[in-house]
Design a protein around this ligand. Structure first.
Ligand SMILES: Cc1cc2nc3c(=O)[nH]c(=O)nc-3n(C[C@H](O)[C@H](O)[C@H](O)COP(=O)(O)OP(=O)(O)OC[C@H]3O[C@@H](n4cnc5c(N)ncnc54)[C@H](O)[C@@H]3O)c2cc1C
Length: 414
């Protein structure tokens, strides 16, 4: 197939860019295989871009950059098996719409739904819910175009292969298709309110246990919530919400049969219509998964850091829950966790803040989100992920030349 000249690629937030030699946008798996085989013949490295919503250099290449925007759409829905098969470039919001029409729902979603399915699911993207795994844990199968252009089919019959591929950050090959386990359609009842930090800590275990989803944002200064467009819930009639509270958005969501309704602070609607919130690209985020038992200590420590040493860092902390899963490189590998994220704002030097946050969270054995800022080196990956060497071996077997690696990923999983 014809490669185009590469030009400049940049990610959504604008903190990563690359200048690939070539680009291509295949519209079928056969074209994707042809492109990868052609790159192999020219000894070009290859990467696939999803929607570019990662903050880390997980996409960039100097060789061939593939976009799968033309390899998108629902391939099939199996209502009885509760599975949907989608082309890898399909956006999450398109999957939600298709499932709604079929009386099905995704099991869980994160804060936005504009990512490509392959990009979001295989970096370990998560929502919130103590008993809910990350999105990758719902991957039942995949088709991957490997380094020589051949197609590897993963269908779960080899659980190790599935668990290796579920979180693989584009390093096993170019995913052309994914089969996802889904669930019967459900409506969510979402409630938002504000409270103070100590009340939130007191209710932490109870709210996490009693609701399908619970999460919150802590804001160091009143204007913090504007940076993430968090709702002003101080007028919510039904809760103890307070204008001066520093937990600016406490959120619970539960499955309900109640009819649709929306107010500023309460929504009942189809699942995929409730999950996403609006963000503007003005921050650089670091997010680590901390073992559940250290959740409260870790947020206390990072909060103290923000109140005493980095008072110019005023983006909210986002705090969520995710259940453990077996994927080899999942940040939640066999570990129920909370996730804690902080963000650097534009126009300030936030590196010292991110490094200090990393130093605190390391003390708790935290594992970073692959798509958000982190400071892992090869030894850290080996120490944090018991199956890291198995993953590296599999990757080398599939791609001995490291065609699907880049300078960021080679030291970590090469
Ligand atoms: C505003 C915002 C909100 C976010 N909210 C959340 C959230 O709530 N929860 C959370 O966990 N994360 C969240 N993230 C992070 C985001 O979900 C991840 O970084 C995700 O990977 C981005 O998906 P993408 O399609 O943009 O992938 P990209 O960033 O484009 O790519 C991610 C990785 O996937 C690879 N890839 C993409 N497509 C393929 C393919 N077809 N085959 C092989 N490899 C492929 C890429 O090479 C790259 O390594 C958020 C990010 C932003 C900017």
């Amino acid at each position: 197939m014809e490669f185009e000249k590469g030009g400049v690629w940049r990610n959504w937030v604008g903190n990563q860019y690359c200048v690939p030699q070539f680009r291509a946008s295949p519209s079928s798996e056969a074209e994707l295989s042809e492109a990868v085989a052609q790159a192999a013949a020219q000894s070009l490295p290859v990467r696939v871009a999803g929607s570019g919503h990662s903050f880390t250099p997980v996409v960039g290449t100097s060789g061939l950059l593939l976009s799968l925007e033309n390899l998108a759409g629902i391939r099939s829905v199996d209502k009885a098996a509760r599975q949907v098969t989608v082309a890898a470039g399909t956006r999450i919001n398109a999957v939600g719409k298709a499932l709604k029409a079929e009386g099905l729902s995704l099991v869980n979603q994160g804060d936005i739904d504009s990512q490509a399915v392959a990009g979001a699911f295989t970096t370990g993207t998560h929502g919130t819910g103590l008993k809910l795994g990350n999105l990758a844990s719902s991957i039942a199968g995949m088709r991957i175009v490997t380094a020589d252009g051949s197609v590897m089919v993963i269908d779960g019959s080899d659980p190790d292969l599935l668990h290796a591929a579920q979180v693989s950050i584009g390093t096993l090959g170019a995913i052309s298709e994914l089969t996802l386990n889904v669930t019967d359609s459900y409506n969510l009842h979402e409630r938002l309110w504000r409270d103070d930090f100590e009340t939130c800590m007191e209710r932490h275990d109870e709210l996490a246990a009693q609701h399908r989803h619970f999460g919150f944002f802590w804001c160091p200064v009143p204007e913090s919530r504007h940076l993430y467009c968090l709702a002003d819930t101080s007028d919510a009639p039904w809760s103890t919400t307070r204008k001066d509270a520093d937990i600016c958005e406490m959120k619970v969501m539960d499955i309900t049969d109640a009819p649709p309704m929306t107010s500023a602070f309460e929504t009942i609607a189809y699942s995929s219509d409730v999950y996403p919130i609006e963000y503007v690209p003005n921050f650089v985020e670091l997010e680590y998964a901390v073992p559940l038992e250290h959740g409260k200590d870790s947020i206390r420590a990072v909060r103290e850091l923000m109140l005493t040493r980095h008072t110019n860092c005023i983006y909210p902390i986002e705090y969520r829950f995710t259940a453990g899963d077996p994927a080899w490189l999942s940040p939640f590998h066999r570990q129920d966790s909370i996730t804690l994220s902080v963000s650097g704002g534009p126009g300030i030097d936030y590196w010292a803040f991110l490094r200090d946050t990393d130093a605190i969270l390391r003390r708790y054995g935290a594992r970073p989100h692959w798509g958000k800022m982190h400071f892992l080196d090869r030894d850290d990956v080996t120490a944090l992920y018991p199956r890291a060497d198995d993953f590296r071996k599999l990757r080398r077997d599939l791609d001995p030349q490291g065609r699907f690696l880049n300078d960021h990923l080679r030291p970590l999983v090469g």
